[in-house]
Ligand binder design. Structure first.
Ligand SMILES: *[C@@H]1O[C@H](CO)[C@@H](O)[C@H](O)[C@H]1NC(C)=O
Ligand SMILES: *[C@@H]1O[C@H](CO)[C@@H](O)[C@H](O)[C@H]1NC(C)=O
Length: 442
């Protein structure tokens, strides 16, 4: 292992910080090895390694046989899928996806839904397992199809070492999940909205070392959520990471995003609501690097893509943004700081520090604040009432804005009319950072 200051500091600081941020241990309760004491190989349940076969029923049968302790095994090879599966219940089981599943069916819903289970692991032992959604066949016609993967009410789990490619709709959703770890994943979707990378809500989840390409959510937290640590995320031509969209009774707290690298996305980070109630509080957003994004730090309490929800506005309170560097596409059109809070619930205790973003176009940029209190940027201090938009013009590059790029940022998004190739899982997700776990097949 190469020794450098970063890894030394990371090795000393990250485990304790992760422990402080999360509310307990994450991941499955028993090992892959123990789950392999019983293996249910889909080939023994009617599975056929062919791109035009239907792995759905064999997967469901193998699951039924192994769901109370064992490994459902999809060996290396190509498999078609025309019947979607709901893998419900069970515990102490794994889905070892070493093969590649290609979408054949056209129904809506979720190709693979895992629900109400515990001590669960979805992984590829070769790091080459994937789901290929062939979303382009829908997108070329201007429509959407099924989502690839959904975990619902799953506890003590991990998902890692797989690629999710070209979903006809969302790629990976975690709905009301607890004690999870997601890592060493790549998600590559078409270049349009509605193809979310990872959407997550629940409690005590660590998402790290993930790359997303699409033109919508990169790794996004939805309500209700608490105690999440999301770090070493590479949004390689995406929509960018976000919290939202938020509506009535929002309950989000104790979320930390750090080491987030964003290239050619809609934003580096956005918190989005329109009306609504409840709050987002006690969150941190540290160590962000961005290049060529439309928005950078963007809090929008009047997000017009969302129809107004009941309530005076979601309260954003005690949020800190520290150490943001890089460049934005055009800081005069879309300033790198945009904090627009609801007049019925002005933001309070917002901290922006070590913020050094400069514009790639023109010679000045704006910060814009409205109904927003705290320190840094154009935030007003010492109050909590509503106020009209204030702008601050920045006419020279902030010192220290220069930030590294990733070795091979995407030069353009993926076409909506041609198949997207299945990529290898990368081994770095943030400049200079080494993933917390090595690839299983590395
Ligand atoms: C603000 O949030 C941080 C976590 O980001 C927490 O440690 C701190 O106690 C909170 N401050 C207040 C006043 O609640
Ligand atoms: C970003 O995506 C492009 C296109 O697939 C790929 O060539 C490049 O390697 C990715 N960047 C990194 C650092 O993985």
């Amino acid at each position: 292992m190469k020794f450098n200051l970063y890894s030394l500091v990371a090795a000393i600081l990250l485990p304790s910080f992760a422990a402080a941020q999360l509310s307990g241990s994450v991941g499955p309760l028993t090992t892959r090895a123990s789950k392999r004491s019983k293996v249910c190989n889909v080939l023994n349940y009617g599975g056929v390694a062919s791109k035009t076969s239907d792995i759905g029923p064999p997967l469901a049968s193998a699951f039924a046989a192994c769901k109370t302790g064992g490994t459902v095994y999809v060996p290396p090879g190509d498999y078609g899928m025309s019947t979607w599966v709901t893998l419900d219940g069970g515990s102490a089981w794994a889905l070892q996806l070493d093969g590649i599943i290609y979408r054949v069916g056209t129904a809506g819903g979720n190709m693979i839904l895992v629900e109400s289970t515990t001590d669960f692991e979805l992984y590829s032992s070769t790091s080459k397992g994937a789901i290929q959604g062939y979303g382009y066949t829908f997108h070329a016609a201007g429509t959407y199809g099924p989502r690839l993967l959904r975990l619902q009410s799953v506890t003590d789990f991990s998902v890692h070492d797989i690629a999710l490619v070209d979903s006809p709709a969302f790629h990976f959703t975690m709905d009301t999940c607890t004690n999870g770890e997601v890592y060493n994943m790549i998600i590559r979707g078409g270049n349009e909205g509605g193809l979310d990378g990872i959407d997550v809500w629940g409690t005590n989840i660590w998402v790290h070392d993930v790359e997303v390409t699409n033109k919508d959510e990169c790794v996004t937290v939805k309500s209700p959520a608490s105690h999440m640590l999301i770090e070493d995320i590479y949004c390689n031509w995406s929509g960018g990471c976000a919290i939202g969209s938020l509506g009535a009774d929002t309950a989000i707290s104790n979320i930390v995003y750090e080491n987030v690298y964003t290239w050619e996305s809609n934003q580096m980070f956005m918190i989005k609501s329109n009306g609504g109630s409840g709050s987002v509080n006690n969150c941190q957003f540290n160590n962000f690097i961005g290049h060529s994004n439309a928005y950078s730090l963007d809090i929008n309490g009047y997000w017009s893509d969302e129809s107004p929800a009941a309530g005076n506005g979601v309260l954003f309170e005690n949020l800190s943004f520290n150490n943001w560097k890089g460049t934005c596409a055009d800081g005069a059109t879309r300033g790198p700081i945009n904090v627009v809070c609801p007049s019925g619930a002005p933001c309070v205790d917002i901290t922006i520090s070590n913020f050094a973003m400069w514009t790639e176009t023109g010679s000045y940029e704006y910060y814009k604040c409205e109904n927003a209190w705290g320190s840094g940027g154009c935030l007003k201090s010492g109050g909590s009432s509503s106020y009209a938009i204030v702008t601050q013009t920045v006419t020279s590059a902030p010192s220290g804005y220069s930030a590294p790029t990733m070795p091979s940022d995407l030069a353009s998004g993926f076409a909506l009319t041609a198949s997207i190739p299945i990529p290898a899982i990368p081994t770095t997700f943030y400049p200079g950072a080494t993933p917390a776990s090595t690839l299983l097949g590395g």
